[in-house]
Ligand binder design. Structure first.
Ligand SMILES: [Mn+2]
Length: 316
């Protein structure tokens, strides 16, 4: 039987010398909160790196602990996750797999296993906030936080700045999304985004009025954001999430290929993951993504039309 609960930590600390290598998702609150919980559980004796799901999956490096990501090709001793689409790879590549596809966040999976071992019981509020945000229950501040973090992730200095944010999460223990923007490195990055992307942010805030009042059921918005930096996509999702059943955001990628993100309404008629899977992608039932080759765009639009009553195209 593989170890469970606090025994996992004993198993790790008795079989490996510190520092423990940790790889977590570097593009959102769940990845950073997960890293913070692991940091706290291992008494700070960790070396933290951050990746995107795509690149984690291809990485040849191996890690002691991986969170909120598919396990790297190099393998991992322990994997904490909540993505159903990672189940098979996890069994293949990780020694101990703690993966609950019904959990609202990877942080909540870790918290459940380790709460007794983490000597900062006040982190419970951060875990609850993380679960709400990761389930798509995002207000403007959480969307702005996620945009700022994505920008940091994709502009060098990634590991240093994200490490600093993880330590701030442990010190400030935010429980409301407004507090996420008070983290010094986040505040700085968001101010920069507001300055550099004021035009795009203005366009994004006009999206709800372009779609109109919460239209008929079965409304889909296809947002062509190929000219907009990818780190602004959380703001697009937040602006439209109460208005439509599915948001399809075409993002920038190499050449004319596009990184597509799908967000479907919770409890709504459209399954984002099912669409993403038919293009080789993954994620959650209501939040999924994939890489779209330009020649497949007609097929994507055909699938979207077949699932909806009306499609609105939005382009800056
Ligand atoms: Mn997550």
């Amino acid at each position: 039987m593989p170890p469970r609960g606090v025994e996992i930590l004993d198993w790790l600390t008795s079989s490996v010398d510190p520092p423990y290598s940790v790889l977590s998702h570097g593009e959102d609150l769940d990845g950073l909160a997960s890293a913070a919980l692991i940091y706290a559980a291992l008494g700070g004796e960790v070396s933290m790196r951050f990746e995107s799901p795509d690149r984690a999956q291809r990485s040849r490096k191996s890690f002691h602990v991986v969170a909120d990501l598919p396990p790297p090709a190099g393998g991992s001793l322990i994997l904490f996750d909540h993505h159903r689409s990672n189940v098979d790879l996890a069994r293949e590549r990780a020694e101990v797999v703690i993966l609950d596809p019904r959990a609202p966040s990877a942080a909540s999976v870790i918290w459940r296993e380790f709460a007794g071992r983490i000597d900062v019981p006040e982190l419970g509020g951060l875990v609850e906030l993380t679960s709400r945000v990761d389930s798509g229950d995002m207000g403007f501040c959480a969307a702005a936080f996620t945009s700022a973090v994505k920008r940091i992730f994709w502009t060098g200095k990634r590991d240093r700045v994200l490490n600093s944010i993880v330590r701030s999460l442990l010190e400030l223990r935010p429980e409301r999304e407004e507090e996420l923007l008070e983290i010094p490195e986040v505040k700085r990055a968001w101010a920069e985004v507001e300055r550099v992307n004021s035009e795009e942010i203005g366009w994004i805030s006009s999206l709800p009025s372009r779609v109109g009042d919460a239209g008929p059921a079965g409304l889909v918005a296809v947002v062509d954001a190929r000219r907009i930096p990818g780190y602004l996509s959380p703001l697009i999702h937040q602006a439209l999430r109460d208005r439509v059943d599915l948001i399809v955001t075409l993002g920038r990628w190499r050449g004319n290929d596009s990184r597509v993100s799908l967000r479907s309404r919770r409890g709504g008629p459209i399954d984002a993951l099912e669409i993403a899977r038919s293009f080789g992608g993954g994620g959650h039932p209501n939040a999924a993504g994939f890489t779209l080759l330009e020649r497949d765009l007609p097929r994507l639009l055909e699938i979207v039309r077949s699932r909806s009553k009306r499609v609105v195209f939005l382009r800056p």
